[in-house]
Design a protein around this ligand. Sequence first.
Ligand SMILES: [Zn+2]
Length: 297
Amino acid sequence: MTQLARVAVFLSALAACACLVAGELRAEQGAAAPPAGTKKISVAVITGGHAFEKDPFLKVFQGHEDIESAHLPQKDGGEIFDDISKWSYDTIVLYNFNQKLTDARRENLLKLLDKGVGLFALHHAISGYTPNWPKYAEIIGGRYYPVDTLENGVKIRSGYKHGVRFKANVEDPNHPITKGVTDFEIVDETYCRYKVDPNVHVFLTTDEPTSEKAIGWVKSFGKARVCCVVLGHDSAAYANKDFIRLVTQAVRWTAGRLPEGNIEPNGATAATRPAAAKDAGKTDGGKPAVKTPAAQP
Ligand SMILES: [Zn+2]
């Protein structure tokens, strides 16, 4: 074999290896290569009102052949919704917390949902625009109470606990969002004493006593596909391959690129669990986790 031929053999072997690695990566992320000419899913990743590990978080949405994401930090609640005349995103990932929307911005967000733009509320975005806009809880099918709130004459306040190692159970293995995911372990923050609308379809649950049972669900709102996943506090979760797979599949599903699957209520929204919540309201240090309105779950 000539020197040139040896180099050619080496290069083709190297290329084969690279293809194999790329194929494995795609399989791990749960994405088949999109057909040539398919437009990438355009995702608006909205943050604000809560600290987070920026680079590892944004990485969750990067490196997927069919997804292109834009990070849109909101300084003033939702300036992205001021002018939607040139809106180009297929779906919105909310990773914001307790932000305020003006009436005009609320109207524009509702207009987008009415056009079928998807909405995916992730982790602390279960309180993205509540308590300032109660309709938000109706849109996403869940409500977290960051401060003492009187509801039907009863005082309620949610709690959280950091760094909990627990098992997430796939409640609906047939839903497109859970495809390729089986029950998995994760180290993440848990929330308790939040409410989940009994009309949502739950695809992910946990028996962890410091958490409510339902931790991932889907529903519709107008023409929009809506998903909420309670997981996702920090890089311990961001690096979890099952979390990445759920999140990217939720992006594809809310964008309308996966079959709708079952969105009917499946009764997996257990009522809040006061006994468990008593413990879950504490941090690792034993102090009440949600002591001041400034506390961030
Ligand atoms: Zn958190």
